[in-house]
Design a binder for this molecule. Sequence first.
Ligand SMILES: Nc1nc2c([nH]c(=O)n2[C@H]2C[C@H](O)[C@@H](COP(=O)(O)OP(=O)(O)OP(=O)(O)O)O2)c(=O)[nH]1
Length: 155
Amino acid sequence: MSESLTGMAPTDRVPVEVAVGVLVERDAQGREGRFLLTSRPEGKVYAGYWEFPGGKLEAGETVEQALRRELQEELGITIGAAHPWQELVMDYPHARVRLHFCKVFDWQGEFQMREQQTMAWQALPVEVRPVLPGTIPVLDWFAYERSHTGPTHQA
Ligand SMILES: Nc1nc2c([nH]c(=O)n2[C@H]2C[C@H](O)[C@@H](COP(=O)(O)OP(=O)(O)OP(=O)(O)O)O2)c(=O)[nH]1
């Protein structure tokens, strides 16, 4: 059946807007290197899955404002410019989300795991597992940009 008990098809659900930060290290020549993944804390859906840090927009916030707030709250860092990169709508059983991925190259402060999450700087293929379904397309975009062939992560 394509419709739920509410009579709405899953794709009719209004997406929740989510700001996601893709923190990327750059070398002196500006070449992109490792990127930061964090594990989802206990108590959230998909606890233990690896994702890019971020969270839902609050009322009246722009993507950049939400990202700045979330990364301060979750990681204790203050980000510089957020560069809009890609957008993706994902349908999960718990929610339909529109993910606004922004690349971030500059930040200040020491990383603090304020939600008891774990962080890992990663390259392709990603070593941590499992990765969140919404993370896999991002790894594909990185693979394209970096001419990486072969798997991007462990199943
Ligand atoms: N942060 C983040 N969320 C992602 C990614 N990929 C992906 O599908 N999502 C989904 C998972 C969640 O359904 C949603 C983000 O919601 P969340 O629960 O982490 O946000 P939040 O920190 O504002 O949570 P809360 O205050 O409501 O507990 O987006 C990603 O790379 N990063």
